[in-house]
Design a protein around this ligand. Structure first.
Ligand code: ZN
Length: 171
């Protein structure tokens, strides 16, 4: 196994992997399944509602999510594709496990559809206009190297400037 799953940790901005465009997962192998389970564990420990593979140092198109914290709601999305964004947008405060202490109101389509493979290698398509829609968009951004600091308003950028600088200095 090339990935040491137990050594995976959440990496913080400005780690360069967070700015890479992640590559498609070619097949749902045992390694991919182990990484998915480890990511779910790290997300719950943090705790958070979503975690993308680049956030654990892997430039893979894959993320995990759980909008409720209930184990039954654990989801793994492999090679996700978003479609049918609603024209209606919503401002909602987001955080990010790779940007500790930074919060910002981000405007995104309220509803969206996601199509992805799960850990069983099945293709699943879901639509949401609730928190999952928000998580899917935030996490899919990670797969393209996009962070909330890129989408925040000028006012939020000013409000978070000190924290962003501290993260950059800690690197
Ligand atoms: Zn994030």
């Amino acid at each position: 196994m090339s990935v040491q799953v137990n050594k995976l940790r959440i990496v913080n901005y400005p780690h360069p992997v967070l700015r890479q465009k992640a590559q498609p997962v070619e097949a749902v192998t045992d390694e991919v399944r182990e990484v998915g389970l480890r990511m779910l564990q790290l997300m719950h420990e943090a705790p958070g509602v979503g975690l993308a593979a680049p956030q654990v140092g892997l430039a893979w198109r894959m993320f995990v999510a759980n909008a409720t914290g209930e184990p039954a709601d654990d989801m793994v999305f492999i090679n996700p594709v978003l479609s049918k964004p609603s024209r209606e947008v919503e401002d909602y405060e987001e955080g990010c496990l790779s940007l500790p202490q930074i919060k910002a109101e981000i405007r995104r389509p309220k509803a969206i559809t996601i199509t992805a493979m799960n850990l069983d290698g099945e293709t699943v398509s879901l639509t949401s206009d609730q928190l999952p829609a928000r998580i899917w968009q935030h996490e899919t951004d990670h797969l393209d190297g996009v962070l909330i600091i890129d989408r925040m308003t000028a006012a939020d950028r000013r409000a978070n400037r000190k924290m962003i600088k501290e993260l950059e200095a800690a690197d």
